[in-house]
Design a protein around this ligand. Structure first.
Ligand SMILES: *Cc1c(COP(=O)(O)O)cnc(C)c1O
Length: 422
């Protein structure tokens, strides 16, 4: 076996076969070095929205490279960043007025945390607690891991993670408990911000909760003077049926993080949007109140140009129609599993569908995920279950036939895995 020098993400190399090389991408498909076509049913880790290599975005990238590469973003600005910021303010919940660029979902959340702490620091208010919801995921840096769910994924780094206050996940029927817990934490007067994935907790297992609870949390935050940070890194760009999930709760978060679908998945880029209040708290002739954050590739012009082209696609193409069609296809196809004892918690939020495979307890759970992944691959599908949670989050160009055969494969793979379980 030839060994690659590459250390792949979230990969136990001792258990995985050598990686297949992908030779090209097109629409909803990855094409590997042997010419096999693989339906990308998880949008290449949730980034691809319209489909791979949308022609308008590829053209915008080519055009941008005629004028730009990386440009220092202190002292200078550039047109793609300006146009993108204007476009983002236009589509974001009303009241968000400033845009800070970075380059990944994790950094967009780090920036949000620093903005929140800087806001209170600069105002001379002693607020330093961060509140999160259990089963959250906000990234893989030390700061974002601190705000995320603790477990095997971050056990080694635990000594360095900072403490946060955790709310119970708002399970259906128990939403009030979550709201009450938040109210309790807020009474300390120490809470700076609630960091939350609106409507869907992604990496935590595609856990879905209602918009009313999100609205309730925002109301409590407002009442107690703490900030609400909406991590829309996964939920943004139509995934839950609206441009941003926050819209469904009719709220404007104080800070909104976006990345994955920002360039439609073509290039790495992130943005953290905030209100005028937060910007103004850093606006001073006192240099110590500066927002001290940057990364080398901040506001990369080529990436910004890709994102501007993405905004045009949302303006010019019937994207919401595609999203509604995809949501309807999930609804129809999920029906076949209703009352099916092999599955539990059949759920959907817009273009995201998820169901839990009912597996015997114990170590079997850990094996079911990789086993299903292999079986899906053999059927020409890229699907990566989160443990026993099977979910689909395809790009919006996927067809009814492709969705239908994907659900056929879920049906078949579930039987194979459970049939050999006991
Ligand atoms: C993926 C994700 C992140 C981290 O984004 P990266 O680009 O992988 O750093 C943060 N928050 C949420 C909700 C995500 O789904």
């Amino acid at each position: 076996m030839t060994r690659s020098a590459i250390w792949h993400p979230f990969t136990q190399h001792a258990l995985e076969p050598p990686m297949k090389r992908i030779a090209s991408t097109e629409g909803a498909y990855l094409v590997d070095e042997d010419g096999n076509r693989l339906l990308d049913a998880i949008s290449s880790w949730w980034v691809i929205t319209h489909g791979h290599r949308h022609p308008a975005i590829m053209a915008a990238i080519r055009a941008a490279t005629e004028a730009y590469d990386q440009i220092i973003f202190a002292e200078f600005s550039h047109a793609p960043a300006e146009r993108l910021a204007e476009g983002l303010i236009e589509i974001a919940p009303a009241g968000l007025s400033h845009v800070f660029y970075s380059d990944s979902g994790s950094t967009s959340v780090e920036v949000a945390l620093k903005m929140a702490l800087g806001y209170f620091h600069n105002r001379g208010e002693a607020r330093d607690r961060i509140v999160v919801i259990e089963a959250s995921y906000h990234g893989d840096t030390i700061g974002t891991m601190s705000t995320g769910e603790r477990g095997v994924f971050n056990a080694a780094y635990e000594p360095l993670l900072f403490g946060v206050d955790r709310l119970a996940f708002p399970e259906p029927g128990r939403e009030q408990q979550t709201l009450d817990m938040f109210e309790d934490f807020c009474r300390s007067g120490r809470v700076a911000a609630l960091v939350i994935e609106p409507l869907v907790l992604g990496a935590g297992g595609m856990k879905i909760y209602d918009a009313g609870t999100l609205a309730g949390l925002k109301e409590i935050a407002l009442h107690h003077g703490c900030l609400l940070i909406a991590d829309e890194v996964m939920t943004g760009w139509g995934r839950t049926g609206t441009m941003f999930a926050s819209e469904q709760a009719a709220i404007t978060p104080d800070i909104l993080c976006t990345s994955k679908g920002l360039t439609a998945g073509a290039l790495p880029l992130a943005a953290t949007l905030c209100t005028g209040d937060i910007f103004d708290a850093h606006l001073s002739t006192d240099r110590r109140k500066t927002f001290f954050h940057s990364s080398s590739y901040t506001a990369n012009p080529v990436a910004c140009a890709a994102a501007v082209a993405n905004l045009d696609i949302w303006r010019n193409e019937p994207v919401f129609e595609r999203i509604e069609n995809l949501a309807a296809l999930h609804r129809q196809n999920l029906q076949r599993f209703e009352g099916d004892k092999r599955f539990a918690n059949i759920r959907q939020s817009g273009t995201i569908a998820a169901l839990d495979l009912v597996v015997p307890a114990g170590g079997y759970l850990a094996e079911a995920g990789p086993r299903m992944r292999r079986l899906f691959r053999e059927r020409g599908l890229l699907i990566r279950p989160l443990g026993n949670v099977v979910y689909l989050m395809p790009p919006y160009c996927v067809t009814a036939d492709e969705i239908g055969s994907t659900y056929d494969a879920i049906d078949e793979v579930a039987s194979i895995v459970l049939g050999s379980a006991g």
